[in-house]
Design a protein around this ligand. Structure first.
Ligand code: GLA
Length: 695
C-alpha cells in the first residue's frame, strides 16, 4: 500500500519503493508538510509539531509549512493560489473536509478535499503515487459551485518544502540555436525565478526544478519536479528566513487571468516529482522510465532523413525524389519533406496558412514524391506550422480577425508571421480540418509540427496563455484518434517545445536547430537529465556547420547524433563515396543498437582524465553500448578510464573495443574500469558490450 493514513491525527504518508512524503492536518485545519525524503515505514510515528509565533512581526504562518498556501491572512511568502470572488474579496480561507483514495494498477491517488470557509469554492489537492518509479504527481483541482464567477489571478500547482539552506539549483538557459545550456546556482536568501512568458517557447528556461545538496551522478540528495505544461510557466525557489527552501511551479500569472464560471472546475497542470539519495542518475532513470512506460508511444523511433538543411525552401518533386533515393540507399526509414511545399512559400515571406500543394514545385501533386518514397521502402513525413499565418497569405486576407491582435495597434510580426488565435472555434476547426484532410488524402506517416515565433497581443482574453497550448494538445489528440499510426514531432524553432506536458501528446521532439556535433554533446547531456533519450531527435548535418562554422569529421557527427534518435539532414547528394559508405555503416550500426539507446537506461559516466572526454553508457537488459568522445586533445596523450555503472558485479561482459573483444567481470568494469586512449581532435568511439550467458 502506498498511501497510509493515521486517522487519529489526520496524518498522511505516501510511500514509493524507496521514498516517503508526509503531511497532516493541524488543529487549525491547515495542511502541513511533515516530511520528504528516504523511505520511512510507519505513519504512526509521524506527528504534527506545535508551532509558536517567533514574534508578533513573524506571524506563525511564516514557519507553517503549508502544502498549498493560499493568498490571505498573515501570509507573506509565495502563495500558490490567489482568487477574487464576485464581491471583491481577495482572501481565501480553507477548511479541511476529508479525503478519498483512488487506485489503479500502477498508482494510488490521495485526494485531500478543502473548501473555502465562506464561499462554495472547493480545492482538491491531488497526490498520485507511482511506487515502482519512485515518483509522485501533484496537482490541484478548483471547483466553483457558486452562481457567480471566480477570477483566478495566480495558480501554482504545488508547494514543496526542503529542510535545508544553501542548496544548488539547476536548470537550463538558452535561446534559439543554444537550447539546454545547463546552469547551477547556489540558493541563498531571496528568490530565484525561472519562467516563460512567450506562450510557445521553452528555449529560455525549462519547466522543472532540481535542488541538490552537492550531489554527484551517484551520490547525494536530490529533490526534483517537472511541470506538465508547455507555454507560460513560472517556478520560484525561495530560501526563507526560517531555515528551509520552498519551491513552487505552475502557470505563469504574468498577464494571465483564469475565470471559473459558475459550476466550472479547473485542474492545474501537474508536477511530476521525486527524491533521490543517490544523485542525479537515479533522478534521470526514474523520470526516463516513467516517460518511456507511461507517456511516450511504444516502439523505437525511425531513422529519418530531413531535407531542410539540404534544400531549405527550394523544394520540388524531382529534387526531393533524388534525395529520397539517396536517403533510402543510406538506410533511412522515414523521409521528411520540410518547409516550402505549400502555397506561395518560397521564403519566410509568404505561404503559411495556405496549405495547398504548390503546383509549380509539385506538378504531379504530392503523390509522386510520396509513392517514390514508399517504393523505396520508407515512410513519408511532412512539415507544417499550423498555428501561424503570413500577412500576405490568402488565409490572412480572408480572415484578418483570426490572429491575436488589438484593433488599435499594429500587429506584431516575427519571422514575417502572425499567430492564429487557435482558441477561436472556427480557427481550431480550420487547423483540424486542414491536417485531417492532409492525413486522409495522402499517405503521410509523420507530421513535423513547427512554431517559429512567440505569442503577443493576445487581445482581451487573458487566459490565452494557458488555452493556446491546450488547444494545440487537443487538436493533436483528436487527430491521433482518427489517424492512430501517424507520429507527431514537436518543434518550435528547434527545441522550443520540450517539457513533460507535451511528452506523450507528441511522439518525437526536435532538440535544437543547433546540429553542431560538439555543441550537441552539451545540449544532449543537459537534456538527458530530465528527458528520455527516445525523445531526443538528433541529426547529422553538413560542415562547416551553418551555426558554428565548425568542421567535424563525419564519424564524430554520426556518433554524437547516435546518442539520441538518429536523423540525417545533410545534402546527401553531395556525399563522396567514402561518406556514403560511412553513412551506411553508421546507420546499420545504429539500427542494431537502437533498442538499447532508445529504450535502455542512460548513464553519464565520470571522466577521471585531465583531457575533456565525454563518456556515456546505455544499457538494456544484457546489452549495452559505451560512447566516448574526445573533441580536443588538451593534455598530451593522456587517456581516460571508463568506469561502467549498473552492471551485475558477478556477471561477465564482453566489450567490442577498437582493439578487439575484451571480457571482464562486472565488478572489474565498474571499479577498475576500462582504459581508453583516443587521440587527435574530434575522436570518438562506440563500444557495444554484452553480458555472457551464465550457462
Ligand atoms: C524551424 C525548424 C527547422 C525548419 C525550419 C523551417 O526553424 O526548427 O528545423 O523546419 O523551421 O522553416
Amino acid at each position: 500500500m502506498s498511501i497510509a493514513v493515521n486517522t487519529k491525527n489526520d496524518v498522511f504518508l505516501l510511500n514509493t519503493k524507496s521514498t516517503s512524503y508526509a503531511f497532516g492536518v493541524d488543529d487549525r485545519g491547515l495542511i502541513r508538510h511533515l516530511y520528504w525524503g528516504k523511505r520511512i515505514d510507519s505513519v504512526e510515528e509521524l506527528e504534527i509539531p506545535q508551532l509558536t509565533e517567533v514574534s508578533t512581526n513573524d506571524p506563525v504562518f511564516e514557519i507553517t509549512k503549508e502544502e498549498f498556501p493560499v493568498h490571505g491572512g498573515l501570509r507573506y511568502k509565495e502563495h500558490c493560489l490567489k482568487a477574487t470572488f464576485a464581491d471583491g474579496t481577495r482572501e481565501l480561507v480553507y477548511q479541511y473536509c476529508g479525503y478519498d483514495v483512488e487506485k489503479a494498477e500502477d498508482w494510488e491517488e490521495l485526494i485531500v478535499h478543502l473548501r473555502d470557509d465562506h464561499y462554495e469554492f472547493f480545492m482538491d489537492l491531488r497526490y498520485r503515487v507511482y511506487p515502482q518509479y519512485d515518483l509522485m504527481e501533484r496537482s490541484v483541482e478548483l471547483k466553483n459551485q457558486m452562481d457567480s464567477p471566480i477570477q483566478i489571478e495566480k495558480l501554482h500547482s504545488a508547494q514543496f518544502h526542503i529542510p535545508y539552506e544553501g542548496l544548488n539549483f539547476s536548470n537550463v538557459h538558452g535561446h534559439w540555436g543554444a537550447e539546454q545550456q545547463r546552469f547551477v546556482q547556489k540558493v541563498n536568501y531571496g528568490k530565484i525565478i525561472i519562467e516563460n512568458r512567450r506562450g510557445i517557447s521553452t528555449h529560455n528556461h525549462n519547466p522543472y526544478f532540481i535542488l541538490d545538496r552537492d550531489a554527484t551522478e551517484t551520490s547525494g540528495e536530490v529533490y526534483f519536479g517537472a511541470l506538465r505544461l508547455s507555454g507560460n510557466f513560472s517556478g520560484v525557489v525561495e530560501q526563507t528566513q526560517y531555515g528551509e527552501t520552498l519551491v513552487q511551479m505552475g502557470l505563469n500569472s504574468h498577464d494571465c487571468l483564469l475565470e471559473l464560471a459558475p459550476g466550472e472546475s479547473f485542474t492545474a497542470p501537474s508536477i511530476l516529482c521525486g527524491y533521490s539519495d543517490s544523485g542525479f542518475e537515479t533522478m534521470s532513470h526514474n523520470l526516463h522510465r516513467f516517460a518511456r512506460n507511461y507517456l511516450l508511444r511504444e516502439g523505437c523511433r525511425p531513422v529519418l532523413y530531413n531535407s531542410w538543411e539540404a534544400t531549405e525552401f527550394h523544394v520540388n518533386s524531382q529534387d526531393q525524389i533524388k534525395l529520397a533515393k539517396q536517403a533510402g540507399e543510406l538506410g533511412a526509414e522515414l523521409f521528411v519533406l520540410d518547409d516550402g511545399w505549400f502555397g506561395e512559400r518560397h521564403s519566410t515571406q509568404n505561404g503559411l496558412g495556405d496549405w495547398y500543394v504548390n503546383e509549380g514545385k509539385f506538378p504531379n501533386g504530392l503523390e509522386e514524391l510520396i509513392s517514390a518514397v514508399n517504393d523505396l521502402g520508407m515512410m513519408f513525413g511532412i512539415w507544417v506550422e499550423p498555428e501561424m499565418v503570413n500577412p500576405k497569405a490568402q488565409l490572412y486576407q480572408q480572415h484578418p480577425d483570426w490572429i491575436y491582435h488589438y484593433e488599435t495597434r499594429v500587429s506584431d510580426t516575427s519571422r514575417v508571421q502572425y499567430v492564429l488565435n487557435v482558441t477561436k472555434p472556427e480557427v481550431r476547426e480550420f487547423i483540424y480540418n486542414m491536417l485531417d484532410n492532409l492525413l486522409t488524402r495522402y499517405d503521410i506517416d509523420y507530421i513535423k509540427w513547427d512554431a517559429n515565433r512567440p505569442i503577443s497581443q493576445t487581445g482581451p482574453q487573458r487566459d490565452i496563455w494557458y488555452k493556446h497550448i491546450q488547444t494545440v494538445y487537443d487538436i493533436v489528440k483528436e487527430l491521433k484518434e482518427k489517424h492512430p499510426n501517424v507520429l507527431f514531432e514537436a518543434c518550435a524553432s528547434g527545441g522550443g517545445r520540450i517539457d513533460y506536458g507535451i511528452l506523450g501528446i507528441f511522439d518525437d521532439f526536435w532538440t535544437s536547430d543547433n546540429t553542431d556535433a560538439y555543441d550537441r554533446l552539451y545540449i544532449q547531456d543537459a537534456y538527458s537529465r530530465i528527458y528520455p533519450i527516445k525523445a531526443m531527435r538528433a541529426w547529422v548535418t553538413d560542415c562547416p556547420n551553418f551555426l558554428s562554422g565548425r568542421v567535424i569529421p563525419l564519424k564524430f557527427r554520426y556518433h554524437s547524433a547516435m546518442m539520441g534518435t538518429l536523423g540525417v539532414g545533410c545534402n546527401i547528394l553531395k556525399f563522396t563515396p567514402e561518406e556514403i559508405e560511412l553513412s551506411k555503416e553508421m546507420i546499420r550500426q545504429y539500427k542494431e543498437i537502437r533498442p538499447i539507446i532508445q529504450e535502455g537506461d542512460f548513464y553519464r559516466l565520470e571522466n577521471p582524465s585531465a583531457n575533456e572526454y565525454f563518456l556515456y553508457e546505455y544499457r538494456k537488459e544484457d546489452r549495452g553500448v559505451l560512447f566516448a568522445f574526445l573533441p580536443q586533445s588538451k593534455v598530451g596523450h593522456r587517456g581516460t578510464t571508463i568506469r561502467l555503472r549498473g552492471l551485475d558485479g558477478d556477471g561477465r561482459y564482453t566489450l567490442n573495443t577498437p582493439e578487439g573483444p575484451v571480457t571482464k567481470s562486472g565488478s572489474y568494469l565498474m571499479n577498475r574500469g576500462l582504459d581508453l586512449r583516443l587521440s587527435g581532435d574530434y575522436a570518438s568511439v562506440i563500444i557495444p558490450f554484452v553480458k555472457e550467458s551464465e550457462d
